[in-house]
Design a binder for this molecule. Sequence first.
Ligand code: PZK
Length: 287
Amino acid sequence: MPDAAVHVGSGKVRELYALDDDRLLLVASDRISTFDVVLPTEIPDKGRVLCGLSAFWFARTGATCPNHLLEIRPDGRSMECRRLEMLPIECVVRGYLAGSGWKDYTQTGVVCGHELPAGLHESDRLPEPIFTPATKAEAGHDENIDLETAAGLVASERLEQVQATALALYEFAAAHALERGIVIADTKFEFGLDADGTVLLADEAFTPDSSRFWPADEYAAGGPQPSFDKQFVRDYCESLGWDKTPPGPDLPDEVVAGTRARYVEAFERLTGIGFDRYMDDPGVVVR
Ligand code: PZK
């Protein structure tokens, strides 16, 4: 009998288990967070959508960068992956000016050392995508850092390599998504090294939890954009006047159903695969 999986870590909405010395199991739950708080109500199949999307992108970007995916379990939410030595930086690519990028720009005109043109507005598309690394905070928010600081954490040759890889991955996925009506405004990657020192893409990739997905048909720069996946949840929470400190509110059935439908819609648009087919046979996304 194989050894039991040993729990080795928890994220806000994911769990990590060790299978053996070389393999981990990354399990995507149906938990949802908003305004940095995990809510008491789950969104059915959210974890399956995110796991399936990650696997879809891993299968289609393997030529640009090898990745940690070994297989998806039949439950559709658990990914067996290679155990790597993770690089100690978050590799963020921004194609649009939002979140902390917009905040840094308003204060200094600079984002992670990139001097951007004057006069940009919130959510503007950038002249070209920029690589904006961040530290991995144990608690609280990741902190944006410039390339020199990042090079002190991973060595400058390694940084050049992951920067070029991250930009290439973003360009590929953002173009694919835009053809299907979704703007990927920005995205976060994590990379790790295998025993040979090869860089692999790890964690999740191009999911709505690791990226900002915006509906392309509603895109209008000059202010914040609606979230493709979480907007019903945000609107409901705002309508309550909740102060955004834990505990978060329970979600009513119609908000749960509407949000589940948006996750499924993102999956089906991006993959071109019916979500029911994925539920039947999760391997369908990697073939
Ligand atoms: C790894 N995390 C993030 C924390 C989660 C996820 N392939 C890998 N090898 C070694 N370590 C990791 C990975 C990956 N991916 C990922 N932390 C370590 C994390 C908590 C829960 F689901």
